[in-house]
Design a protein around this ligand. Structure first.
Ligand SMILES: [Ca+2]
Ligand SMILES: [Ca+2]
Ligand SMILES: [Ca+2]
Length: 192
């Protein structure tokens, strides 16, 4: 299925019909062709979060805003939906890494990981492990040289080798449910 080559090249082998639906949905919602941070939060139903969770959502938005102009345009939006809905595991892991590395210094320390899990908990509710237990577990398992920092390599290798961990991490950042709403053009139905 590895047929989505460079977007810049003449051949964009993306699933055209679905992309068209995303395109149409986006342009209907945002006729200016730009989505603001506020609109992003509204779209995903992520309003009224606490400060920590809010920062996390900001961070998600920033990773999608690739040209850093403060808006998500249609191409960035489609790239984001593509990544989340059908990205390959390694692409997603790179994205998770970017999300987790809040100060952007190229490695994830325990505090950054802890912050993430605390905000995930704030967004998604109580998880099986407490944020601290989880952060400790992750470092115990994949901080190979035990220096208290996770490099991109440690992160990707570690996650690829440990399916359980990978599952928890992907679940904790699984936006696909929310983004499927966009694809279907429906309002999310709160489960309970
Ligand atoms: Ca942008
Ligand atoms: Ca960092
Ligand atoms: Ca390390």
């Amino acid at each position: 299925m590895g047929n989505n080559k460079s977007m810049a090249g003449g051949q964009t082998a993306i699933h055209t019909q679905e992309t068209y639906v995303w395109y149409r949905t986006f342009m209907t919602e945002y006729p200016s062709g730009l989505q603001t941070l506020h609109e992003f939060k509204t779209l995903l139903g992520l309003q009224g979060l606490n400060q920590m969770a809010n920062q996390q959502v900001d961070q998600v938005y920033n990773t999608f805003d690739m040209n850093k102009d403060g808006f998500i345009d249609i191409l960035e939006f489609i790239a984001a939906v593509n990544l989340v809905v059908r990205g390959k595991m390694e692409q997603k892991l790179k994205w998770y890494f970017k999300l987790y590395d809040a100060d952007g210094n190229g490695s994830i320390d325990k505090k950054e990981l802890l912050n993430i899990f605390m905000s995930v908990q704030a967004i998604k509710g109580q998880q099986t492990l407490s944020p601290e237990e989880f952060a400790n577990l992750v470092f115990h398992k994949i901080d190979i040289n035990k220096d208290g920092e996770l490099t991109l390599e440690e992160f990707i290798n570690g996650m690829e080798k440990d399916q359980d961990l990978l599952e928890i991490v992907s679940k904790s950042f699984d936006l696909s449910d929310m983004l499927k709403v966009i694809c279907n053009g429906k309002e999310p139905n709160t489960g309970e």
